[in-house]
Write a protein that binds this ligand. Structure first.
Ligand SMILES: [Cu+2]
Length: 470
């Protein structure tokens, strides 16, 4: 009932926008505060009460039950495809309405965890007697996840499939990286909403979206008539009769705003956070452990140390890569580009499934860290438990076609995932003098000071290749 009333409220407010002074509209909006502010208000207790009540509910087909939301996410959420931000906006909006209803506190809103200001999990989540606690977290410090790439001046497009698109970049970093560094349930797309920190993480991602749009500078969402907005908007059989999430500009359509709608910037965040990868000095190139000829696959094991792979190119390979680097990218192309790093048959070990780590993958890092361009210039992407769980889920879905009656999770468990890192962009940016060798570095980042040692990821086939069709 609350949600229906809020729907009517916000619809009425919007319809009256031209007739009312701005303050009248704001008065009808609820304000989502940062965790630090929120945990000092009476709503903190309402939040804990609602979470505790949902966890004791036994009926997982009912949205009053915690597992309902975990399963709804597993079965419906789009990761690595368009509509990632929109779907999650609706998801946390509906969850927030449910929290408010269960708590009986009409002032309860979902707070956000602004890790750009406070990169450690808030202490209230670490108290073993709290419903916000989980014992399976592998890391609590997400400093290594704090990328500023999504807030660069060049990132003015929005939707996945366009180059320099906010949705694509913010999902990769910081979103995926925060999932990785916390680990435990957060490290797997199948079960991440089990951890209460999921919700304050996603509120922050939602806030960063608002902040990005408000920053102006040519940043634009697709028109409301764009097919982008017709993406999946389903949140399980227990939740319906609520407004569609799409919005031309801001969250005011849904009746809320954030107390801080400004993009993080390195000049205003803490010194600690300024170690983020976008503009920081490139890390030291790790010692080379293995090598492989260009176009040929070899297995790799990733452990607690960073590693470097040398990829040897024959004169013919080098000439071919050089010519592909000179090819103009096809306009609006969404393919992976002609030169790429491919990881086939990617598996997590038992230790790897616990999360708490990821690897930034770089091409041709200079031997001396900090001697060349900023780290972001060499960055191909990242790999950790969360990205692997997303890729496995996609592989499982493909494998599922025609295999009726098989549980999705069971089908996808056995699949080795494939991860592809397009490399042409980076090559064009750094323009190596010599192409007799390429180096791919996996630079390990941890969410705790004392990570467990051992192999976390096994790759059946690592290779660097040029698109065989070209
Ligand atoms: Cu999700």
């Amino acid at each position: 009932m609350i949600s229906r009333r809020r729907f009517l409220q916000s619809t009425v407010s919007l319809a009256l926008v031209p007739l009312l002074p701005r303050v009248a509209l704001s008065a009808s909006l609820s304000v989502r505060p940062s965790w630090q502010v929120f945990c000092l208000t009476p709503q903190f207790q309402s939040f804990c009460n609602a979470v505790a009540a949902m966890k004791v509910n036994k009926d997982d087909t009912n949205p009053n039950n915690w597992a309902y939301w975990v399963e709804t996410h597993r079965a419906n959420c789009p990761h690595g495809v368009s509509y990632f931000l929109s779907w999650h906006r609706g998801f946390i909006y509906r969850f927030e309405a449910k929290l408010r209803e269960i708590s009986g506190d009409p002032s309860l809103v979902l707070p956000y965890w602004n890790y750009y200001d406070a990169p450690n999990i808030p202490p209230e989540f670490l108290d073993p007697s709290s419903p916000l606690y989980r014992s399976d977290r592998a890391g609590t410090d997400v400093t290594g996840a704090l990328s500023y790439d999504a807030f660069a001046d060049t990132v003015i497009r929005f939707q996945r499939g366009k180059t320099h698109a906010f949705e694509t970049i913010v999902e990769s970093r910081p979103h995926n990286l925060v999932h990785n560094l916390i680990g435990g349930a957060m490290g797997s797309i199948r079960i991440s909403p089990r951890d209460p920190v999921f919700w304050v993480h996603h509120a922050n991602i939602d806030r960063l979206w608002v902040a990005w749009l408000k920053a102006g500078g040519g940043r634009k969402e697709p028109l409301t008539t764009n097919t982008y907005w017709s993406g999946n908007n389903y949140y399980g059989a227990g939740v319906d009769g609520m407004p569609r999430v799409w919005t031309a500009d801001t969250t005011t359509y849904l009746g809320y705003q954030y107390d801080n709608e400004t993009m993080p910037s390195q000049s205003t965040t803490s010194v600690m956070a300024a170690s983020a990868l976008a503009t920081s000095a490139a890390p030291q190139r790790p010692a080379t452990r293995v090598s492989v000829p260009f176009g040929t696959s070899r297995p790799l094991s990733l452990d607690e140390q960073s590693m470097n792979v040398d990829v040897a190119l024959s004169a013919t390979d080098a000439a071919r890569v050089r010519s592909l680097m000179l090819r103009p990218a096809a306009a609006g192309s969404t393919d992976n580009g002609p030169v790429r790093v491919v990881l086939d048959g990617v598996h997590l070990t038992g230790l790897g499934q616990k999360g708490g780590y990821f690897y930034n993958v770089y091409l041709n890092l200079p031997a001396q860290g900090g001697a060349g361009k900023a780290a972001g210039a060499y960055l191909l992407g990242s790999v950790g438990a969360f990205e692997i769980s997303v890729a496995q889920m996609k592989a499982g879905m493909k494998g599922m076609q025609g295999m009726q009656g098989m549980a999705g999770s069971a089908a996808s468990q056995g699949h080795g995932a494939r991860l592809i890192f397009p490399a042409t962009d980076v090559l064009q940016r750094i323009w190596p003098d010599s192409l007799d060798k390429l180096t791919v570095s996996f630079v390990r980042v941890d969410g705790s000071k004392h990570p467990t040692k051992g192999v976390v990821v096994r790759v059946d086939g690592f290779r660097v290749e040029a698109d065989p069709s070209l």
